[in-house]
Design a protein around this ligand. Sequence first.
Ligand SMILES: Nc1ncnc2c1ncn2[C@@H]1O[C@H](COP(=O)(O)OP(=O)(O)OP(=O)(O)O)[C@@H](O)[C@H]1O
Length: 928
Amino acid sequence: MNVRGIVAGEVSTRTVGTEYGDRELAEVPIRPADDASGAGADAVDQPTRVTCWGKWTESAELLEPGMELVVTDAERTEFRGEEGFSTTGDSYVVVEPSFLVNVTDIRSWTECPRLYYLNKLSGIPPNYPVTKGTLVHEVFGDLLRGRAVEESIEARVEERGLELGMLGESAESVREDVRKNAAAIEGWLEQGRLGKTDGGRETADVSAERFAPDESEWRSERLLISATFGIRGRADAIRGGAPVELKTGKNLRKEPRFKDKVQAACYALLLEEEGGEVDTGTLLYTKNSALERDEETGDLTPAKEFSMGSGLLKYVVRLRNEIAAMEFDRGVPTGYEGNASCEYCFEQDTCMVVSGRLDQESKAGQIGAALPEEEREYFERFYRAIEAERREVHREYAKLWEQSPEERADDDRALIDLEFEEMRPLKGGRWEIHARRRSDESSKIREGDLVLASDGRPVRGEAELARIERLESEDGGEVVLTADEPVEATRLDVYPSEFTTDRQLSALHDALLKGSERRKDVLFGREEPVFREVEETFIENNAAQDEAVRKAVGCADLALIHGPPGTGKTYTIARAIRAMVDRGDRVILSAFTNRAVDNALEALRDQGFTDFVRMGTESGVREDMLPFRLERSGDPEERARELREAPVVAATTATCGSRVMKETEFDVALVDEAAQLTEPGTFAAANLADRFVLVGDHEQLPPVVRAETGESETGAAGGEEADLSRSLFERLVSAYPGAGVMLDRQYRMNQRIQAFASREFYDGELRPATPEVAGRTLDDIAGASREALPDELGDPVAFVDVAGDAARHTDGKEAARIADLVECYEAAGVPRAEIGVIAPFRAQVGEIRGRVPDDVTVDTVDRFQGSSEEVIIVSFVATGDLEGPIFEDYRRINVALTRPKRALVLVGDSRALESDPVYGRMLEWART
Ligand SMILES: Nc1ncnc2c1ncn2[C@@H]1O[C@H](COP(=O)(O)OP(=O)(O)OP(=O)(O)O)[C@@H](O)[C@H]1O
């Protein structure tokens, strides 16, 4: 039986005499979880005790009250009349099982806990050995899938042209390198095909039959997630049910390296959880085959097998527990936890620098002066906040097994209704998977997303990471996926990714540990930002825009452009970039979303400037910008030159944090949608340049933060997450008002429409740019007339009162009324595609979508930011005395109300809305 619960008090350890001699035990008081399978109904919520024997005391000693604990194969015990549980010989003790530790992290933790931490901080370094390693792995996968070796090498090296070019490598020398490593793989596969083992001592007791390499027994790259052990990873390959790991280094001993065994053992655990029996692991050291026998002594066989004992499996779980326990309170390892020797460590210097700069205790010691206290404190705060985000991502993972498929679908986290149709192998070894939808349920899944495609069981079944190439929303709609491995997909799940957390952490690290002193002086308020006088006039007809361009061009450190809705941010950005390029600056243009990046490029093109390259994936970049997209594959030198020499490079902030981009430098970083970026998220772009210009509006959507603010789960005072929800843009606007300009003339809304937002959010300073804008109405649209509208919709701003029903997140009556309104506008001659409907909850979005024609855009506020329509209808789903916030915060209301150009209709329950002061004022405005 498995016991799961929350640690409810202090753990006590002692030694007792048993019939086998003295043994250690640890007693852990726990509160069993509701679903504790073994606890029995009567024991639910009753504190009880788990006794952990022997080596498991090490894990038990890591426990603190509040942590979660799982003991597998526990047995019920009674001791002095008290019931409890105890570990058995088959048990595993798992600390904080919902914290999913990566297999590669467990591997670096065995080398040194500090290495694990350093890897997390600085991300994967851009260097040739890393890229070569990836290439060899890719070729390995290809060979297993039956691709010819030369073809694979050729194609894989070509694909990484840009990356290799930035590292200064030539295609020919890389191919040669990879070829040498691939020889080991090929030789080994060949042996396998002949039904032989490699003859090493470790394999003597492994029968050849068991590994009789029937092709169907092979699988390359397999994503494995364990709910029980809290471990996740991608195995390089699985042969006859056992893990095979590829290492591009050499190993001249008979035995695999210990850390490599640990890694293979992790995969073995993951495979065993699926029901297999794993008793061997194989490590393939590809460099061995590239060595000359007469120059090296030792065992040159690349493949080394070892037998997988239960002792090793338990050991890796204990290692994993150390990581999970340390991460519980987001601690920082010192290196003393392990017994590695710093002397032989390649990372010793980095380790000492990080310890020195952050004044951390470390086994390697410290070098260099510590950062000023405020910077260390800042680092600490943001580190913790980012790690809190990571925890939230892990919680999302846990939902993969905690929620039923229906619950996941209701939560918009999965499409569970697919009918699998067919799979086709693609050139290059990938697969194209076709399926059809059986309903038109909404979900968060979009084209271009990476999802977990499965046979219906994302954790225990067949599951693969797949990209959505096509996703039709209606019943019977087509779904096309591409994946490295075939999977008969009937279900797609949102794949929780730590990508953003990882990138934020390394941007934070780079900003503080590698950033210029001058930049930090300004960021930390020790020096004021400096501006050069710029005499030139850039924009004749808009004084604020013109000043914004002058600030952007003249800043020595930073400039801030505050752009309320429709004030020409994009136009100003394009003008500023041209002015900078004229002065000889190289510019990185970035934004939070692909859409904003493409919009800014479009504005540049409209202004006659096209000397830019667009970084991004094919599915991320908008079609009209694809011709400017920098192809990653090709000749290394050529590709790198294109990136290094372009006067303007455009990419999302996420891409700015990539390894390739870290190899480039710019004079200026111009970042749009900066108010939606966290501070570290902003650094990802700003780190690449000497100066930066942020453009945004902190009165619209803030950065998306998953972790809740307030009390943190450890009970410590909250607030650390709050740092992430405030953008650097917002902080700097209030710290240096003089460094910013607010664009105050809007080119979008009729005067009536903008009045409320101007007063409520922009101190009344937002005005229509021209009389034409101020006086816009539906009559300006060809074929449309306000005359044809019912009286209540005659004014550009209207309110339609619909008494709320009691439901929390939907309102059918309101949805029906909105469908009527859409018809009215259509009848009055407004094209459907010019009508947008905004609702606060996804459920209501679904409710409305079912009632209006497809070409009317219906969505939540977040999806509307940055866009506009002729007519906007807002559904409030307000009810009762407004218990919860409708639009989460008022900034969302600002976004909703500023999307329309010519007509705005608010639909809601006036009694409910009046109970809130801001909505009350909104009603007053809408009704006058
Ligand atoms: N100085 C100007 N003179 C004439 N037209 C302008 C000027 N500035 C902006 N516009 C026009 O106003 C419209 C809105 O500008 P733009 O798209 O740059 O706004 P934005 O602030 O980026 O909008 P959003 O709030 O949606 O991000 C565009 O059609 C643009 O061409």
